[in-house]
Design a protein around this ligand. Structure first.
Ligand SMILES: *Cc1c(COP(=O)(O)O)cnc(C)c1O
Length: 404
């Protein structure tokens, strides 16, 4: 099918819930995507941070193909090697205890919310309320203004943006929002009923805003003082994106639960809820589950991606950090760029009051794919990107910024 036919078909038959780019991607290799007409696009998006090793990395393709041909699905009632291997690597890389595999980031956050509430229920119990019903003593979860945690009912409630809190009432009970990077607001929002604080250390959808180190330290301090669980939503920031395996490592804190997804499968839908010392065993048989979670094919993809971080003595992470530094220098050299935010290869670009949607459109027309987040340009290039692709993409970006 040609691109026009694909677009017409999708627009007719797929529900209209996405503001789509005027591009239909047919195939790709490395950091370059192609449409049906053979037009090439340099990709600074990786999907949205998903294709961590770029398009169709040969080793990853081979691992996924071999697994699809060996056994495509095993119910979680049975054991299976790819799941076991991926879990072992994730634990080696994080130093945590064990992992529950989900199918997406929102599902991973759902699992984290359930685990935090169960932990607190077991530890702090329940009390009969005025209506004569048993109510848990600690169940509230504090999140931050500007955060994004997913699209399910619990995770849109957790998301600290008013624009998500309409149409779908009633939302879940038990979420409170503190102002980002405001210690006084954090201290005010946490109460004796708080069981967890859930944060993105670099807010992605919210505009590529990294948290202040002092604020993160304060969160960790409050959590420690009051036995509150720290949940790190590493769905976008995790798996090497920021130049560390998980972004919390930049801040010297140790979350009790870590969620990840996007980059984990290298393009396949897999998420993870990773449990630390405190939350190890909080969820038991029957408490949580998933038909597909941690299935063999997606786990084989994740196992391959995770292997990249363990081989060559961890060189991959150092390379990502170096590439991030180079990338940022090039961005700052573009006339019209006022600043750069984020960490590693999670890059926010400030272009003042220039129209980022118009810049995105111009870039796509000229062969470069970029993302936006609020008023910023957001770049999430494949973690394997090299200088040649960066330079070529930057030239297109610079021209778009100059002309818009
Ligand atoms: C993308 C994202 C999610 C939701 O992940 P899905 O796989 O789309 O459900 C949750 N949290 C953060 C920080 C994200 O960036």
């Amino acid at each position: 099918m040609n691109s026009t036919e694909i677009k017409q078909l999708e627009d007719t038959y797929v529900a209209n819930t996405y503001g789509r780019y005027d591009v239909a991607i047919a195939c790709g290799s490395g950091c370059r995507a192609r449409d049906s007409e053979g037009r090439e696009y340099i990709d600074f998006t990786s999907g949205v941070g998903v294709n961590s090793l770029g398009y169709c990395e040969p080793g990853w393709v081979a691992a996924v193909q071999a697994q699809a041909a060996a056994v495509q699905h095993v119910s979680n009632l049975f054991y299976s090697e790819p799941c076991a291997r991926a879990a072992e690597k994730l634990i080696k890389l994080t130093g945590m205890k064990n992992v529950f595999f989900s199918n997406s980031g929102a599902e991973a956050n759902e699992g984290a919310i359930k685990a935090a509430r169960k932990y607190s229920f077991l530890k702090y119990g329940q009390t009969e309320n005025a209506q004569g019903e048993d109510a848990p003593n600690r169940y509230r979860i504090v999140t931050l203004a500007g955060s994004f945690h997913g699209r399910t009912m619990a995770t849109i409630t957790a998301t600290g943006q008013d624009s998500f809190h309409k149409y779908f009432t009633p939302f879940l009970q038990g979420f409170d929002y503190a102002e980002t990077n405001n210690i006084a607001s954090l201290r005010e929002t946490v109460t004796d009923e708080t069981c967890a604080i859930m944060v993105e250390f670099v807010q992605g959808e919210g505009g590529v805003n990294e948290l202040d180190t002092a604020f993160v330290r304060e969160i960790a301090q409050v959590c420690q003082e009051r036995d509150i669980l720290l949940i790190a939503d590493e769905v976008q920031t995790g798996i090497g994106r920021t130049g560390k395996f998980m972004s919390y490592e930049h801040f010297g804190v140790h979350p009790d639960i870590v969620t990840c997804a996007k980059a984990l499968g290298g393009g396949l839908p897999i998420g993870a809820v990773i449990f630390g010392e405190k939350t190890d065993g909080a969820l038991g048989p029957g408490d949580h589950g998933s038909t597909y979670g941690g299935g063999p094919v997606v786990s084989a993809g994740a196992d391959y991606v995770l292997g990249k971080f363990l081989e060559r003595d961890g060189a991959f992470l150092r390379e990502i950090a170096e590439t991030g530094t180079y990338f940022r220098e090039q961005i700052l050299g573009i006339p019209g760029v006022q600043g750069v935010t984020g960490l590693g290869l999670m890059i926010g670009v400030d272009v003042g009051d220039k129209d980022v949607k118009a810049i995105t459109k111009t870039c796509a027309a000229n062969g470069l794919l970029i993302l936006t987040a609020k008023t910023r340009i957001r770049l999430l290039p494949p973690l394997i990107i090299g200088k040649e692709d960066i330079d070529a993409g930057i030239a297109i970006l610079a021209e778009a910024i100059a002309t818009v």
